[in-house]
Ligand binder design. Structure first.
Ligand SMILES: [Mg+2]
Length: 211
């Protein structure tokens, strides 16, 4: 079992099942509107298409996890209490639309702000695979058939490092300035698909998760 070190938080709302294809989403700039170092519940706003995508996944039995770098914590901008308040607000907004709480893994680390930086920190902070691997364990994901959606190249690199099927790059959040770098993450065995936002991803479900 993967043990979460200090500075990494994981809250699972799912249950163990035989490995199956799933979707891992970045949070800021993908599920919620980017506001750089989001720490106030009042600033939480759902990105376009988030509810529709989460409902589409639920309808198909596709488990969803969220992997989010939260270096604002180790930078000292806010603490886990503020992180938890934001997470609760996000879950409450989703509940208003009939969507279940999101199983989420968050990493507080930053190479310039976390003391005694080590390979373990690199493992957990995206572009490392740690958050995705933990989500795969708790949600029972078959990573080789699972996809990630992110707005930054580092999100996509984390998916690649975790052995995922591929990734989708969206233009919300930091997506516009990251598009070129994101496309460069693709390899012969790791496709990078493009979409404008999560609303577009809804229309790609058949391709991502063939029956
Ligand atoms: Mg992001």
């Amino acid at each position: 079992m993967i043990v979460l070190p200090e500075g990494v938080r994981g809250v699972c709302h799912g249950e163990a099942a035989p490995p199956r294809p799933g979707l891992i989403l970045d949070r800021d700039g993908v599920v919620v509107v980017e506001v750089n170092y989001l720490s106030r519940p009042d600033d939480v706003a759902l990105e376009r298409g988030a509810v529709d995508l989460l409902k589409a996944c639920a309808a198909r039995g596709v488990p969803v996890g969220v992997a989010t770098n939260q270096s604002g914590i180790d930078r000292g901008y806010f603490g886990w209490a503020e992180y938890d308040a934001v997470a609760a607000r996000l879950d409450a907004l989703l509940a208003e639309h009939g969507v279940a709480p999101l199983t989420t893994a968050a990493c507080a680390y930053h190479p310039k702000h976390t003391p005694d930086w080590s390979p373990q920190h690199d493992h957990w902070r995206k572009p490392g695979p740690g958050l995705c691997l933990w989500l795969a364990e708790v949600l029972g994901l078959d990573l080789a058939r699972s996809w990630l959606v992110g707005d930054k190249a580092s999100d996509l690199k984390a998916a690649r490092a975790a052995g995922m099927a591929g990734a989708l790059h969206v233009l919300t959040g930091h997506g516009i300035e990251e598009r070129t770098k994101a496309l460069d993450v693709a390899t012969d065995t790791f496709p990078v698909l493009t979409a404008d936002n999560l609303a577009d991803v809804v229309g790609m479900m058949d391709r991502l998760f063939p029956a």
